[in-house]
Design a protein around this ligand. Structure first.
Ligand code: ATP
Ligand code: MG
Length: 520
């Protein structure tokens, strides 16, 4: 007898209700071993039927259930893609990032991605942890990302796509991170090691005043270095570059370092040699630096001579104190002596025993032991004072002279400080004066800065002209004085020479006369 539709539906309803009841009973009372067995077969059955493969990346891994780096990288990659496509996003504020608000896919959200024409799907899920952490701390759920793709693309996805996701994710993290400024001078001489703060110097190559060709050359050099991983590996050289910046004070050496760090997106390690106890500590400090960083030693000429300077200073202090001692009574003399001993002890502790050869070995050591993507920069006001071994090519690959401000550099400063790119009357006068005077960009910049809110660009330019004219006059006077001095010295030398000549002639005559009378 044929069944009516109503009857069929009611039969199906009761079957479904029975199945649901059985499943609820199974969930409630089924022993865990049996449940595992059933789950296993359930998965096997679905795997057999489905042409898709799934890979899961858990948020936490290992004994301590610590955050997996891979998960963070994937989260960043998906965050960059999903924020445009996913409808439900999770927001997080990350302190050490340039864009602190980080968006990522929320639970059970799914997005599609494409790689070499192949479609894949990512979903964010949560699942119960397999085991508790050894510490006893348990996580309610473990979050994970699931990557789904067709099994015919297995090789492409596992060999190339995942690699692509990890590289892209890492690049985004690197780009968004806040740069750090590390210093080994923690303010106390007994502290060693690096301490850091956020690096936020606004200097950029666009704001750096120097000849455009020179700037271009440096930028090209940096770009070549950044892209040179394979090249350096091919020629068997550590991936590093050394720059020596030299020039008078205020010509932009420190500013250039900040511009390089910002351009390369590298952290800065500002190494204060005078607070490094000895060569061993120096080596440790250098090895502790990370890759993608700029290591800076400012005023290298002063740093290495410091021990000598300190000795001289100590001797001077000692002589001063001796003189004072004569004037004071005996009691204060004893007190002075005690203080002296304490000072000397402290001085001895503070003294840096870093030597030139130690520095050279440490620099070479760091390249050989951890050669990845580092730039080392020395600055000096007196390049001639430096030992050639320190600045030979291979250690300091590029020597960059930071020179006095000329017209091209001035134009950059005028644009930065006054937003002015030309001035028919005043620019030519400034061009001429800058060609005749040696003025540092720091001085030019100072004169270009408006002194009040009402001061306009023209009056700033006029101030600069006035300042340049005064500086020029001073330079000429100085040159004149030096010339006169030189003439005076030359004149004195001439007189001395003539006198010596006369004396010698007279001595010869006396000698001849003695010989003559002696022979008679
Ligand atoms: N070439 C430049 N471009 C832009 N600004 C500059 C330049 N040179 C100097 N300045 C300005 O002058 C200031 C001092 O410059 P900076 O500290 O870079 O000079 P320096 O060469 O390192 O001097 P020192 O030899 O005394 O250490 C900077 O804060 C910057 O504003
Ligand atoms: Mg400087």
């Amino acid at each position: 007898m044929a069944m009516g539709i109503g009857e069929i539906l009611s039969q199906l309803g009761s079957i479904a209700a029975s199945l649901m009841f059985v499943y609820a009973m199974y969930e409630q009372f089924c022993p865990s071993d049996l449940r595992k067995f059933v789950e296993n077969y359930k998965h096997k059955f679905t795997d057999l039927m489905s042409p898709y493969i799934q890979i899961t990346f858990n948020e936490s891994s290992g004994e301590r259930l610590k955050q997996s780096e891979t998960y963070t990288i994937i989260q960043t990659y998906l965050g960059a893609n999903s924020s445009k496509r996913a409808k439900r996003l999770e927001a997080e504020v990350v302190e050490d990032s340039q864009s602190p608000l980080v968006l990522s896919m929320d639970d059970n959200e799914e997005i599609e991605d494409e790689f070499n024409g192949v479609k894949v799907w990512w979903s964010a899920n949560s699942k119960a942890p397999r085991r508790k952490a050894s510490s006893g701390r348990s996580f309610d759920v473990v979050r994970c990302f699931t990557l789904t793709f067709h099994k015919r693309h297995r090789d492409l996805i596992t060999s190339s796509y995942i690699q692509h996701v990890l590289e892209q994710g890492k690049a985004i993290i690197f780009k968004n991170r806040r740069l750090k400024l590390y210093t080994n001078n923690g303010g106390c001489w007994w502290m060693s090691g690096w301490s850091h703060t956020n690096f936020a110097h606004p200097a950029r190559f666009e704001t750096l005043a120097m000849e455009p060709e020179k700037k271009e050359e440096i930028i090209n050099d940096l770009v070549k270095f950044k892209k040179g991983k394979e090249y350096y590996a091919k020629v068997g050289k550590a991936w590093k570059r050394g720059y020596l910046l030299y020039g008078p004070p205020g010509t932009g050496k420190s500013t250039m370092i900040s511009a390089i760090a910002n351009f390369m997106n590298y952290d800065v390690y500002d190494l204060e040699l005078t607070t490094v106890k000895d060569n061993n500590e120096l080596k440790t400090l250098l090895i502790e630096t990370s890759s993608k960083s700029v290591i800076v030693i400012e005023d290298i000429d002063c740093s290495l001579e410091l021990t000598g300077q300190r000795k001289k200073k100590k001797e001077k202090d000692h002589t001063d104190k001796n003189e004072n001692k004569e004037k004071t009574d005996k009691k204060s003399e004893e007190e002075d002596e005690d203080d002296d001993n304490d000072d000397e002890e402290e001085e001895e502790k503070r003294k840096s025993n870093v030597t030139l050869s130690g520095l050279l070995n440490s620099i070479d050591g760091i390249w050989s032991s951890c050669g990845g993507e580092r730039i080392i920069i020395f600055t000096t006001n007196f390049v001639d004072k430096l030992d050639p071994a320190l600045i030979r090519r291979g250690r300091m690959d590029k020597h960059i002279e930071m020179s006095y401000c000329r017209y091209q550099a001035f134009k950059v400063l005028a644009k930065n400080y006054l937003d002015v790119e030309s001035h028919g009357d005043l620019f030519p006068i400034i061009e001429k004066l800058l060609g005749e005077t040696n003025m540092s960009p720091a001085d030019v910049a100072e004169n270009l800065m408006p002194k009040s809110t009402t001061e306009d660009a023209e009056s700033c330019l006029k101030n600069l002209i006035q300042y340049l004219e005064i500086a020029k006059e001073k330079e000429e006077e100085e040159a004149k004085k030096n010339g006169e001095k030189a003439q005076l010295v030359a004149g004195k030398d001439k007189q001395e020479l003539a006198q010596n000549y006369r004396m010698n002639r007279w001595r010869r005559q006396v000698k001849n006369m003695r010989n003559f009378f002696g022979s008679c």
